[in-house]
Design a protein around this ligand. Structure first.
Ligand code: AMP
Ligand code: ZN
Length: 493
């Protein structure tokens, strides 16, 4: 079976291939850099990372654009309250997002683009919409007239036919009950950041930035547009209205929406105040790998309830896989090839691939891996795991890790070197005032024990370089090792 995704637009699971048969042109809505992202936001970005990796595994090239919203209602409000320019205000949070993304091993999109770098293009698009008769002005602001776009509601599958013409909404975020004409350009207000332009002094609404930046880099019809489920309405509905009104062409072929990370009954959110940042969790001693695993383990269209038990279970699952990989690489197996086990490995690999092809069913893909690991461990313990079984088992482990990417311990990596494609990123000039490393110093006893065990294993395998790396890493985090006759002892500086 081919690769399939659930398309919010058609409400069907559909086979996916890029329109040109080669490169997936994909746009994902990035963060609003008004604060640190929380792990709810990161669930959505982790889903997009898995999506990238699986599209590539299926042989497609990628052109993925992610925007950074560095001007909107909240940013203007918070920057003014802090007495800073929007650039000074958003700079450190932008850097913090890039650091968090790298810590979670989220691959860098081919292009990361900032809204404030595209104001002239937005003005041009708003003018174009005006020329086609889709806009009107009121008190210096320019609005999109929803009544002029009969398809309005086709993504969120709502009938807005009875909407009162001319009723307007100025805020960037609102819900369906408040569906109205929305602001494309907001008139300058005293004390607020604004741009002078041929359509007057003001600033863009949130929605126009994504229409403009996606089509600028990817063309008029995208292969995939993705975001969290809360963006379906109004943000993505408005993006469709703006883009299709401008071009007369379908804006995106596939719309993928990921479900929320929940905290109990509530959606994790900044405005409700119920959230954890990545830095919070790392400060508590949880590893980036465990957090990544937890976020990836539930299929993206299902809600995921965040719990500390879930995080601990994720750490245990990773440990199990690391141990398995260690055995494969270090234990001596008798010659031969256990045929039944070889067939099981092939089946697990097939099931892993088929599960991810099935709208990225990560839970099923993981089940396939763990079922095999259980059988293989049993065979190893019973001495029937043949040397020739090792390669297939390693193939499965590698395939798993090319998508889930949790087997390398973060403590041994410089997080800034993790993301591939880093050299192609267009972001420049941000002072790294906020650095994740400030938050990585807290290390739990459990984490120390794990690293110490990893170092012993590396020494046993005569991998002294790795052993030294771990010692240096521990030293950097304030832990000193002593090799004694009774074994290794550690203490905090
Ligand atoms: P924002 O910075 O508010 O635009 O959000 C960035 C991304 O995070 C968007 O795609 C949101 O849909 C997504 N998001 C926000 N809250 C959650 C949550 N609790 N779970 C999953 N995704 C979320
Ligand atoms: Zn967007």
């Amino acid at each position: 079976m081919a690769l399939r995704f659930y398309n919010t637009l058609t409400q069907k699971v559909e086979e996916f291939a890029p329109a040109d048969g080669r490169t997936v042109r994909m746009y994902t809505c990035g963060p609003t850099v008004w604060n640190f992202v929380h792990v709810g936001n990161l669930r959505t970005f982790t889903f997009q990372d898995l999506l990238r990796r699986w599209l590539r595994a299926r042989g497609w090239a990628l052109d993925h654009v992610m925007n950074l919203t560095d001007v909107d209602d909240r940013i203007i409000r918070e920057a003014a309250a802090a007495g800073k320019s929007i650039y000074d205000y958003t700079g450190p949070y932008t850097q913090a997002f890039l650091d968090d993304a790298a810590t979670l091993r989220l691959e860098r999109p081919e292009r990361l683009v900032k809204a404030t770098d595209h104001i002239p293009e937005m003005v041009e698009a708003i003018r174009g919409l005006g020329e086609k008769g889709f806009t009107y002005e009121s008190e210096g602001s320019i609005y999109f007239s929803v009544a002029r776009f009969p398809d309005y509601g086709k993504l969120s599958h709502s009938d807005f036919g009875g909407m009162k013409a001319g009723a307007r909404v100025d805020t960037d975020r609102y819900d369906k009950t408040d569906a109205r004409d929305f602001a494309l350009w907001k008139a300058r207000k005293e004390g607020e950041h604004s741009w002078d332009s041929p359509i007057g002094a003001g600033r863009p609404g949130w929605h126009i930035e994504c229409s403009v930046m996606s089509m600028k880099y990817l063309g008029e019809t995208l292969d995939i547009h993705a975001g969290g489920v809360d963006l379906t309405f109004p943000h993505h509905e408005n993006e469709i209205a703006q883009s299709e009104a401008l071009t007369g062409k379908p804006f995106a072929r596939f719309w993928l929406h990921s479900e929320h990370l929940m905290l109990g009954e509530e959606v994790m959110s900044k405005s409700l105040g119920n959230f954890y940042t990545l830095r919070d969790l790392i400060g508590m001693g949880y590893t980036p790998e465990a957090i990544r695993y937890l976020l990836a383990s539930v299929p993206y269209r299902k809600q995921l309830n965040f719990t500390f038990d879930g995080l601990k279970a994720a750490a245990t699952a990773i440990e199990r896989l690391r141990n398995f990989e260690w055995r494969l690489k270090n234990e001596k197996f008798a010659g031969g090839d256990d045929q039944a086990l070889a067939a099981r490995a092939a089946r697990a690999l097939r099931k892993f691939d088929e599960s991810l092809d099935d709208d990225l069913n990560t839970a099923q893909a993981l089940a396939a891996v763990f079922e095999y690991v259980r059988d293989a461990n049993t065979a190893m313990d019973a001495g029937v795991f043949g040397a020739a079984n090792r390669d297939r088992a390693l193939e499965l482990v590698d395939r798993f890790d090319s998508v889930f990417d949790v087997l390398r311990p973060a403590a041994m990596l410089d997080h800034k070197t993790v993301a591939p494609g880093a050299g192609r990123v267009t972001i420049t000039g941000y002072a790294p005032e906020v650095s994740i490393s400030d938050h990585q110093t807290a290390i739990s006893d459990q984490e120390i024990e794990r690293l110490v065990a990893g170092r012993s294993a590396a020494r046993q395998a005569r991998d002294f370089k790795r052993a030294d790396q771990i010692r240096a890493e521990l030293a950097g985090r304030g832990v000193i090792l002593e090799d004694t006759r009774e074994g290794i002892r550690w203490k905090r500086k």
